[in-house]
Design a protein around this ligand. Structure first.
Ligand SMILES: Nc1nc2c(ncn2[C@@H]2O[C@H](COP(=O)(O)OP(=O)(O)OP(=O)(O)O)[C@@H](O)[C@H]2O)c(=O)[nH]1
Ligand SMILES: [Zn+2]
Ligand SMILES: [Zn+2]
Length: 279
């Protein structure tokens, strides 16, 4: 997470809308308590006979870092629960899409959304460090979308989603798709208030990913294995990958798809429709 991976997480995120040049909303940093007790290294070569009080805080650095991480996550979890309550009260199905960069999250959304629009309204929150590329792709589908640019941050957090949701104002009984920043590590730790986490991996990434990034697969509710159209060209053992994923999380649902050919989308759309029907 932030303090460990060095990403800022300090409220520097900005919301943007495709085609609306002046639209620019800063996500405030309230609710994000970053303790900036710098860990000065005090070199005691000099004598201490000056008058001002010297505050030497000799807490163990590691312990403090862990405490800070716990505080940040606690704050986030509280906000996430508020988001969850808001979604539930409005009968909104919020899904958090997670993967490493380029696994096909946006491509999957591009294919999924048109198939659902008959059944219910869809809105999208796009998370990326920079650019509105993904939001532009969703905008082309004609559904409302907000881009969250996290700057140096490598994940979305509950506060960014709360702010984006306020702007989007998704209608009752609708689907909100949240595409997280491409990253298999940090986003797993940050609850956004979603009903389910959808982890996407593609066959070009290697079948050992569930073992290398177990937290993500442990936290996910469903895994979409994407780019199955490329299986003839890569060394990727689908059965093995699935077995590894199940070792980490035996409740994980598993669907194999290709956003390019549409293979497996019947099953995926059926999964979504079941969730939407239960709202
Ligand atoms: N062959 C093939 N290519 C795909 C498939 N899905 C996505 N791609 C390609 O993979 C690349 C990345 O796809 P995106 O949908 O942008 O991936 P993403 O996960 O949204 O990427 P980030 O937002 O940057 O993390 C693009 O060139 C897509 O055309 C697929 O099923 N098969
Ligand atoms: Zn991070
Ligand atoms: Zn994307």
């Amino acid at each position: 997470m932030c303090d460990t991976c060095g990403c800022s997480g300090d409220g520097g995120a900005v919301l943007r809308k495709p085609g609306v040049k002046d639209y620019h909303v800063h996500v405030g940093d309230d609710g994000h308590h970053h303790h900036h007790d710098h860990q000065h290294s005090h070199d005691h070569g000099h004598s201490h006979d000056h008058a001002h009080e010297h505050h030497h805080d000799h807490h163990h650095g590691e312990a403090r870092k862990v405490q800070m991480e716990q505080d940040v996550l606690l704050q986030n979890n509280m906000l996430a629960e508020r988001n969850r309550g808001w979604f539930e009260a409005r009968r909104v199905l919020a899904l958090n899409f997670l993967s490493s960069p380029g696994s096909g999250k946006t491509s999957i959304l591009e294919k999924t959304i048109p198939a659902l629009l008959e059944q219910c309204p869809v809105t999208v929150i796009e998370g990326d460090q920079q650019s509105t590329n993904d939001a532009d792709r969703i905008d082309a589908l004609g559904v409302p979308v907000i881009q969250v640019n996290t700057g140096t941050g490598c994940h979305l957090d509950a506060q960014m989603v709360q702010r984006a949701v306020r702007e989007l104002d998704p209608p009752e009984r609708s689907l909100v798709c949240i595409e997280n920043v491409g990253n298999l590590v940090c986003p797993a730790l940050f609850d956004l208030g979603e009903a389910a986490k959808v982890v996407v991996i593609s066959v070009t990434e290697g079948d050992d990913k569930p073992l290398k990034y177990p937290t993500m697969f442990h936290e996910a509710d469903i895994c979409l294995l994407n780019k199955t159209d490329l299986l003839p060209y890569v060394d990727f053992d689908v059965a093995k990958c699935r077995e590894y994923a199940m070792q980490v999380n035996h409740h994980l649902e598993w669907i194999e798809v290709s956003a390019k050919t549409g293979e497996g989308f019947d099953q995926w759309i059926a999964w979504l429709k079941t969730k939407l029907a239960a709202l």
